[in-house]
Structure formats: C-alpha cells, structure tokens
Design a protein. Structure first.
Length: 623
C-alpha cells in the first residue's frame, strides 16, 4: 500500500537544525542575505556571533527557493536602487549583465489605432481632439508623449536591471561569503507552527502522485527547524498565505489589489535608435486599464510588457493576447519590428501595498518583501522596497543575535518593525496607501487620484472600495453588450469550452480585434512563447500545485476566469465544467489564485482555486 503523503499517521521525516531559514530568494531575501552574510564573521574568519545549533561556527543560515534556479522569476525592472546601492555601493560598477543607468524617460498615452478598445465616449472625443491638433502636440505614431509627468513617477539616477541576472549576481556574492546557503529547486510546503510559534519549515514531499499520495520513490519533505523563519515568498507565496490564514491580517487590511505582469525580453533590430537605459511607460491601449513598460538594456536588448490589473473588469482577461496587441501599437512596433523573442514570462504583483501588510513579525518569524506589503503602488516600485525590508530585518537580526535575545514577537517588533516604521519605505508607503483607490471607479478617477496623492504626499485621494474579483466581474453578455449579441457571445464561449480551449481570442476577434499575424520570431503563439521564451519545465513526482478545491462551484461557474487569465494555457475548460490543470505549462505566475469568479465558502477573501508550493516553471535567467 502506498503511504499517504499527509501526516496521519505522522511520517518519520528527515530533520535538519539551522539558526535561520528563509523561504524564497527574491529581492527581499537577497537584501536580507546580502546584508547578513557580510556581518556574520570577522575579517579573520572567526564568527562575529555564534550558532546555537553548531557551537563554534557562525549562525547556520539556509534559504530555499522554489524555482529551478536563482533568478528564474520574472521582472525586468527599472528601479531607483536606493536600498540596493546602500547595501552594495559597487552596484553601478559591478558589470552586472543587462544593467544600465536610467536615461531618457517617457510616459506615453497610446491612442487606439484600431477602434477595438472599450473607450468611453468622452475619451473618444478627446482622442479626436488630439488627432486634430497633432501638429501642435508631442504626438507621433498614435502616441502622445506627456510633456510633463510628476516627479514621483521618475526613476532618475536609477537603473534598468534584469532581475534574473541581478539575482544570480547577488546570490553568488552572498554565497561566496561562505556564511549562507541558497538552495533553488526546493519548494517550501509550509511553515511548522507549534503553540502559535513558527519553529521552522517543511519542504515539499517528492515521489507523489499529482493528487499528493505517495508513489514510487516517495521521499517525505525534510523539516528544517530554526529559531527564525524569514518569509520572503512574494505576493502569492503559500507560506505567507498560511501565516495570514492562521494569524490573520491587521484590521481593515486585505490583499484584493493585484496585477498580472507579463513580459517579453526582446533582441531589438540592429538599427534601433533606442539607447540603453531608455524607459517608456504607456497607458491607454490595448485597453484603458492596461499599463505597459519598455526598458532598454545594453546590447540592443529590451524588456517589454504589460500589467493587467485587478480592476480591469473583463470576464475574458488575458495577458498574452493583450500583450501582443500592445506590441503592435504603431509607436512600439516601430521599435520592435524585425526584433526577436529571447525570453518570456509572467508573474503577479501584490498591489495592495501597505494595506496588504500582514503581521510583520511573530514568535519565530518575520515577513519581508512584497508579501509583507512593501510594494509602492504610487511609484510602481517593488524591488528596492522589498530589498530595503530584507536589509532592515538583517540589521535587526544581527542586533538580536549580538544581544543574545530570542526571536520573539516582542523582540522582532522592537528591532525589525521599529526600523521599518522609521524608514523611507514606510513613509512613502503611507503616501501611496490609498493613491490607487480611484481606479475602483474608473481609469480617469484613478489617474487623477494618483496625481493628487503623489503631489500631496497622500493627503488628498479619490476614494474607492477595492472589491474581490467575484464581486466585480460582469457576466460575458454584459461585458460585450453592444458588440456581440448575448446569445452569440454565450455560443462562442460554449463552443470554445467544448473544444477545450479558452474563449478570449474568439470573443475578442468577434468584438473587433484583428487576428495576430504570427511571424515565428516575435509574434509567436502562446505555446511557442512557453517553449521558446519561458522554456517551461515541470519535474515529475510532485503534487499538482494548482487545484480546484470546490468542484461544484466550478461546475456552476459560467465565467471561467481562471481559464481565460492563465498565463501558460495550463488551465483549460476540462470535463464536466471543472477546469483541468497541466503542470507542464504552468509558469507559476499565481494569476489563477486571484482570478476566480467564485468565493471560497470557508473564507471570502480566498477563492475556489488553491495555489500551493510547487517546483518547475520558467527556465530563464534573463527576465
Ligand atoms: C512584469 C513585472 C514587472 C515589474 N517591474 C518592476 C519595476 O520596473 N520596478 C520595480 O521596482 N518593481 C517591479 N516589479 C515588482 C517587483 O518584481 C516585485 O516587487 C519584487 O520582485 C518583490 O520582491 P520579493 O522578494 O518580495 O518577492 P518575489 O520577487 O516574488 O520573490 C519571491 C520568491 O519566493 C519564491 N517562492 C515563492 N513561494 C515559495 C515556496 N513555497 N518555497 C520556496 N520559494 C518560494 C519565488 O519563486 C520567488 O523567487 C515588477 C513585477 C513584474 C511581475
Ligand atoms: S476556479 Fe473559479 S473561475 Fe475557475 S471555474 Fe472554478 S469557480 Fe470558475
Ligand atoms: S496555472 Fe500556472 S500559469 Fe496558469 S495562471 Fe495559474 S500559476 Fe499562472
């Protein structure tokens, strides 16, 4: 009889004792380990502080990363890099691949060259006005270059980075100190909690079926027990969510705001006029709600992509299809035509900012990075803030270790949370906290609200109530009203689902979006993007990390948001109304966790999809 992978009866698990264990190696944990690793030993190699589990040695610090290698997440970024440079003053001169100082910055309003987007009548009038006065405006190829943008949107003095390359560089630096270890390809299944205290983590079981029951080669995940567990598993990390479920969020906090970011890394044509460090931000197209970015690295490489936000009320949300229409906008296509796909990926961002902040510390644990609410939604900046919170925790940990104080909630609050509250991260997060609420009403209200909040330091905002997806997504018939007759919209969807495919492409084309002219180089099919760009892989012997936990709700669900948004086409309509999941195509973006049309009966902040710890996904260090 195969052993159940669950704990009844308890399994005899391997156990390892450490001083500090970290979950996830993103920018937050990189800031933590980078700061900590340099201060654990003296110049002569003797421990600056001593390990509790290996007397005579410096503290034993282990970090487990889910992805198959360091830096296999996704995000080519522009960042002011204030905290990064404080931790690593040599950052600018270190020769980090794909890094460039920020040069020209532009914010562009993209007009709709096709007439296919959903634009309010007022905006269509405004677009006509821009067209008629184009000779007097900074207007070219259907784009208006905003002549002035507020300072808070600028990244002057910052850097364009490939996070993949940067993370590999930082990871090597931290490990070269010999004081910390980073283990990629090792998902953490859960935190170990005893008497309301986090006592370490449990790694994922291997040699199990897709359903999680033991199979040939069953190996129970190891328990790593540590005095401090550092949780930096990002916006959709299962360990962070486990802690939220057990310890709760502070009053009025929630994580209802998010965005799906999808991007291409592209070889630009040889004669590109774009200089390294160029930063373009766009809004207005392909739909008003979708923001775009175009960052130029050295050697004619660019990171380009879009964000599909939580307040984009479409039942057929898709990032991939919209990304292709965005790329083909005349302003951008002018730079991209003749280019070639190098890499591709997708990832969600937690956009609740400070309002998504969980309990930052508790007995035996501390939270850092985006999963701790550090991302600044006003300035569109997450990397530096995540790094800063990691560095703040490292300083706090050193203080406690040197004072031989235990990692209790009280001590971590005094040493870590106090540092964080006194820092620029907190100050700027407070100004940003309600800055995007206007988007809950309309894009125009959102833009005005951001400007007000940015210019007044957060004192003036336009209010709006963040809703959960199942509270706000209209039915298909309502969304396409005036474009596709209701019965036809339903028929298109039903036909697609009967064929086992998502419906957004067929519905968008019926609503006026032209087919994508695939060229095999840059405009490639979604599946080719997975294989050529994402190089997606999934190991055998692991349980499925995406599961439909309330199948009856799925059967009744007409708006299969999870299928439409899926960044890898890993979720398909399935049999009998319950979606099917194919791990081989999953890029671990986490979008399905947020994009469900039905609440969990157990917790209205959660939905009918479970997103657990899992291995594999993107295999590219260029993102
Ligand atoms: C397309 C895109 C563009 C962006 N552009 C910018 C930009 O221009 N500027 C900017 O400042 N920010 C940008 N961001 C945001 C920025 O990437 C994030 O704010 C930042 O990465 C957060 O860092 P983090 O360390 O908190 O979390 P993450 O980067 O999410 O890192 C968390 C890590 O934990 C790992 N993990 C998760 N679960 C587990 C588990 N169970 N076990 C082990 N490991 C686990 C993940 O694989 C990941 O490596 C962008 C984001 C996206 C998606
Ligand atoms: S997971 Fe959510 S969106 Fe997907 S079919 Fe089930 S209820 Fe609908
Ligand atoms: S199934 Fe995978 S690729 Fe699809 S939305 Fe979920 S995490 Fe992203």
């Amino acid at each position: 009889m195969p052993l159940p992978a669950s704990e009844n009866p308890p399994l005899d698990r391997p156990r390892l004792d450490a001083d500090i264990v970290c979950v996830g190696f993103g920018p937050a944990t990189a800031g933590f380990l980078s700061t900590l690793s340099k201060q654990l030993v003296h110049a002569d190699g003797t421990p600056a502080v001593e390990s509790a589990v290996a007397p005579g040695l410096p503290p034993q610090v282990l970090c487990y990363e889910r992805a198959d290698d360091i830096g296999f997440g996704v995000s080519g970024v522009v960042t002011k890099a204030r905290a990064i440079r404080t931790s690593i003053p040599e950052t600018d001169k270190a020769g980090i691949p794909m890094a460039a100082p920020v040069g020209e910055e532009k914010v562009l309003y993209l007009l709709d060259p096709l007439g296919a987007s959903r634009r309010p009548a007022m905006l269509r009038l405004a677009d006509r006005f821009i067209h008629s006065c184009h000779w007097a405006l900074p207007f070219e190829r259907q784009a208006l270059n905003l002549p002035w943008t507020p300072g808070f949107l600028h990244k002057r003095g910052g850097m364009v980075l490939s996070m993949g390359q940067f993370m590999q560089w930082v990871g090597a630096q931290a490990q070269n100190t010999g004081t910390v270890q980073i283990w990629p390809g090792t998902p953490v299944a859960q935190a170990l909690i005893e008497d309301k205290k986090v006592v370490g983590i449990r790694l994922m079981d291997q040699g199990v079926t897709k359903q999680g029951t033991s199979a040939d080669g069953f190996t129970p995940g190891m328990d790593i027990r540590a005095a401090l567990t550092v949780v930096g598993d990002g916006p959709v990390g299962p360990v962070g969510r486990q802690l939220d479920d057990i310890f709760g969020l502070p009053q009025d906090h929630h994580t209802r705001d998010w965005a799906v970011g999808m991007k291409f890394v592209v070889d630009l044509p040889e004669d590109t006029p774009l200089k390294p460090g160029t930063v373009l931000h766009t809004f207005g197209y392909p739909e008003l709600e979708i923001f775009g970015f175009f960052y130029v690295h050295p050697d004619r490489v660019a990171s380009i992509g879009i964000f599909v936000p939580s307040w984009f009320d479409s039942p057929v949300r898709t990032s991939y299809r919209y990304l292709q229409h965005w790329m083909m906008h005349p302003y951008l296509w002018h730079f991209l035509k003749g280019g070639k796909l190098r890499s591709w990926g997708a990832k969600t961002l937690g956009e609740s900012g400070r309002r998504g902040e969980p309990q930052l510390a508790g007995d035996g644990y501390a939270r850092i990075g985006e999963g701790s609410g550090s991302t600044n939604v006003l300035t569109g900046s997450g990397v530096d803030e995540a790094w800063a919170t990691g560095a703040q925790l490292a300083e706090a940990v050193l203080e406690l270790l040197k004072a031989r104080k235990p990692f209790t909630r009280e001590n971590l609050e005094a040493a870590y949370v106090r540092r964080r509250r006194g820092s620029w991260v907190e100050q700027e997060a407070r100004a940003a906290e309600k800055s995007r609420d206007g988007f809950q009403r309309s894009v125009l209200a959102g833009l005005i609200g951001m400007a007000l909040a940015g210019l007044s330091g957060g004192r003036l905002v336009l209010p709006g109530k963040p809703l959960r997806p199942w509270e706000r997504i209209p039915p298909l018939e309502v969304y396409f009203r005036g474009r596709i007759p209701p019965a036809e919209a339903r028929k298109i969807r039903d036909d697609c689902y009967a064929r086992g495919v998502s419906a957004h492409a067929a519905l968008m084309e019926r609503a006026g979006w032209p087919p994508i002219p695939h060229d095999g180089r840059l405009l490639v099919s979604h599946q080719d993007a997975l294989l050529m760009g994402g190089k997606v892989q999934a190991p055998h012997g692991c349980a499925d990390h995406v599961a439909f936990v309330f199948p009856n709700q799925c059967r009744q669900c007409g708006t299969k948001l999870c299928v439409e948004i899926c960044s890898g086409q890993a979720i398909t309509p399935g049999q009998n109304g319950v979606p099917a999941f194919d791990r081989e195509k999953c890029v671990h973006c986490g979008a399905c966790l947020w994009n469900c049309a039905s609440p969990s009966p157990e917790n209205p902040e959660r939905m009918a999809v479970a997103f657990r710890a899992g291995a594999g996904g993107l295999h590219s260090g260029e993102n």
